[in-house]
Design a binder for this molecule. Sequence first.
Ligand code: PAF
Length: 284
Amino acid sequence: MEVVTTVAAVRERVRLWRAEGSRVALVPTMGNLHAGHLSLLAAARSRADRVITSVFVNPLQFGPAEDFAAYPRTLDEDERLLREAHCDLLFAPPVAEIYPEGGAQATMITVRGLSGILCGQFRPGHFAGVATVVAKLFNIVTPDVAVFGEKDYQQFIIIRRMTSDLLLPVEIIGAPTVRAPDGLALSSRNRFLSPADRAVAPAIYHALRAAVERLEAGDRDFIGIESGGWQALAVAGLRPDYFAVRDAVDLQAPRAPSRELVVLTAVRLGKARLIDNLRLALLR
Ligand code: PAF
């Protein structure tokens, strides 16, 4: 695996691969890789001849009071895992390579209607930071396909919409959430949990499952399901930002033509803010 830190080096490598006729996949990450990321890599590998993983903790997507400084940075370990997973190229740029103008990023991408809801309400500017950096990464790598985790479901929907709105020639693939045996979704932020917090964290998955079971049983009292989920989380000692049932395609309220629903939640637990979701198809 080659490790590069500059835009020019990535572009040159991709140019050579293209000349051989190779199909290129990108797995964008912020590092601190775990089994969830490795599943994205496997999905990328099955769709392309060459796989690039980017490791970049993007300052633009963190609010002033958020965990940018504390976000775990484990590049040596990430590099080791990526070598084992047969990644072809690791792109780990310094901040100045992605933001050469310093903190002043005059051009931002906002996916209207999707960026301000759910997590966007609690993390203003977060999704504009994500969409902007992903567009930059697409511009640098020019991948044929890019893989994102469905744990960050709102992010996945936003990137898919941005890619389609901007006519970017990149196929966007969502890879299923990887869970611990007790149901907790794997996340780099799980390392912020104390042992006591970690013990109660599976309540997130249980609350989502209970909501999905009600929906599967035909219950369409969405408000009741949302408040039931909220209550279950609060009783377990978590502090939900939201617990919502939405149309899985556009994240708006469920309505008659909705074919697939998603139940999403974000909770605060100790020092961590955790997100998770479960989807279900509606039988017609
Ligand atoms: O999901 C993440 O790790 C990040 O939001 C992403 C997509 C790499 C953009 O910084």
